[in-house]
Design a protein around this ligand. Structure first.
Ligand code: HEC
Ligand code: HEC
Length: 435
């Protein structure tokens, strides 16, 4: 696959904006625009934050406000659900439980359709593009559909995305923007909103809506919260420590094109000074098994086909996009309780084993039955499946990863959890050595 990470100014990223308008343009303003053609619909030419506020809050104020709003339950129809209910800060802004899909809706009883992704390390996700030319190496190679927020890349920005959960009937389930604003206006956070944006904020619904989404969006770009690069692996990349023997073996398997070949999609090395996000943002079909624990899947006619729909609607009928989902970052993956877009696995070793067995022992992945292989992707779309390493062997062939190697990869993936603190005992040992 050999996609390289796009060139990104991620480490020096935003919050350098002059006024709120520049924020809407941060994606276009970074050198990424050289690699990613922005979709040229008329609507996207009008900057979302073109609205002028009475006050132009500074990034610090916006971040603090966004943090509060992120946990504000009054923003939901039930009054019981906040962004943080599904995107728990203590779980890398992913779910706190092992459920494949979370419950939402007006009474907190409606199951969703997809696993809740972590919101960390999204600062560099490029806008969705059908063709992606990477300016790292051979920039004439079209690497196919890439980027966009949500598993299928349908949301163009964090503010466009945030409108989704606020109004989705399965999530925060508000009837309208006006309903959200009425609740916000009557909530304890209204005063902070007025302090930040101006006393008359709520008199203009468009302005108030933009203010809400702006605060949420800026909060989600806070480096300390969302992309701290402070895992054990980051300390290793900085030369501050050695990995354990098992972690180092796992990393080698992860990178080895003949074994895991994981790094061909989940980038693991520093590129142009930017630390790796463990994704190239590619939209790829890998054919994970159908998850019968998702209630919607009780209906055999329901299929989540990713980029070609049905949740995403602009590329319906484009058969070549069926089964594609955005490659997620593997940072903090050990904190997750459900893996892949449909949360079909609840253990990390199962998720890794899927790669070893998909082609060599499909009966172990999809069950043995008539034609159970790729049971969530109709046959006519199966040409879309990725067949490069670690995939591609024949049934009965030798898996590219042994059980011991799977265990090592899992051990390595645990080094990608943020907030690493070197164990005290290491310091003592190190101090003894230097004496
Ligand atoms: C009921 C659970 C739930 C709530 C509440 C919720 N989300 Fe989500 N969020 C999801 C799910 C599920 C997805 C994936 C949707 C998809 O791919 O179709 C998602 C995706 C996202 C994404 C895109 C992540 C990615 O990997 O591309 C962002 C950003 C996001 N949510 C922010 C928010 C914000 C901000 C709020 C509050 C306004 C919020 N979410 C509330 C469940 C939730
Ligand atoms: C061809 C690109 C590609 C390769 C190679 C690849 N992955 Fe993935 N990975 C993906 C995509 C795409 C998804 C999401 C698929 C989905 O949800 O349907 C994913 C999802 C995952 C997840 C689930 C993460 C989450 O948040 O749910 C894990 C774990 C994972 N990959 C680990 C690995 C490991 C370990 C390897 C090597 C053995 C590997 N991947 C190789 C593209 C790839």
């Amino acid at each position: 696959m050999n996609r390289a990470a796009p060139f990104l100014a991620k480490l020096t990223l935003p919050l350098l904006f002059v006024g709120a308008i520049a924020l809407a343009h941060w994606v276009k303003a970074t050198p990424m625009s050289a690699a990613v053609p922005a979709p040229s619909t008329a609507a996207s030419d009008v900057p979302f934050y073109a609205t002028r506020f009475e006050h132009q809050p500074d990034p610090k104020t916006l971040t603090a406000l966004g943090r509060v709003l992120f946990s504000d339950r009054t923003l939901s129809a039930s009054g019981e659900m906040a962004c943080a209910s599904c995107h728990d800060p203590a779980h890398a802004y992913g779910p706190a439980n092992h459920l494949a899909v979370q419950l939402g809706g007006p009474h907190g009883t409606l199951p969703g359709l997809r696993a809740v992704p972590s919101l960390k390390y999204h600062q560099a996700v490029p806008p969705f593009a059908e063709r992606f030319f990477d300016n790292d190496g051979d920039d004439s190679r079209d690497q196919g559909p890439t980027g966009g927020l949500d598993w299928d890349g349908r949301a163009g920005s964090a503010h466009e995305q945030a409108a989704g959960p606020l109004l989705s009937p399965f999530e925060m389930a508000n009837a309208s923007k006006e309903a959200v604003l009425a609740q916000l206006r009557a909530s304890p956070n209204a005063a902070a909103m007025r302090d930040a944006f101006g006393a008359h904020l709520f008199d203009d619904p468009k302005r108030a809506w933009n203010a809400l989404l702006l605060a949420l969006e800026v909060f989600q770009q806070s480096p300390r919260d969302f992309y701290p690069y402070d895992s054990k692996y980051d300390a290793y990349l900085r030369g501050q420590l050695q990995l354990s023997a098992a972690e180092a073996r796992g990393l080698a398997v992860f990178n080895d094109p003949e074994k895991g070949n994981c790094a061909s999609c989940h980038i693991s090395t520093v590129k142009r000074g930017a630390f790796p996000d463990f994704t190239d943002f590619g939209q790829i079909a890998i054919g994970v098994p159908r998850n019968r624990a998702i209630p919607a899947n009780a209906d055999p006619a329901f299929r989540d086909l990713g980029v070609c729909g049905p949740l995403r609607t602009d590329l319906q009928g484009r058969d070549e996009y069926c089964g594609l989902f955005r490659t997620p970052s593997l940072r903090n993956v050990a904190l997750r309780g459900a893996f892949f877009h449909n949360g079909v696995y609840t253990r990390l070793d199962e998720a890794v084993r899927f790669y070893a067995l998909r082609d060599t022992a499909p009966q172990k992945v999809y069950g043995s039955g008539r034609t159970h292989r790729f049971d969530d992707l109709p046959e006519k779309y199966q040409d879309n499946l990725n067949k490069e390493g670690p995939f591609g062997a024949q049934p009965g062939g030798k898996p590219t990863l042994t059980e011991a190697e799977i265990a090592d990869v899992v051990t390595f993936l645990k080094t990608l959890t943020d907030g690493y603190v070197a164990p005290q005992v290491d310091k003592v040992a190190a101090a003894k050595k230097t004496r």
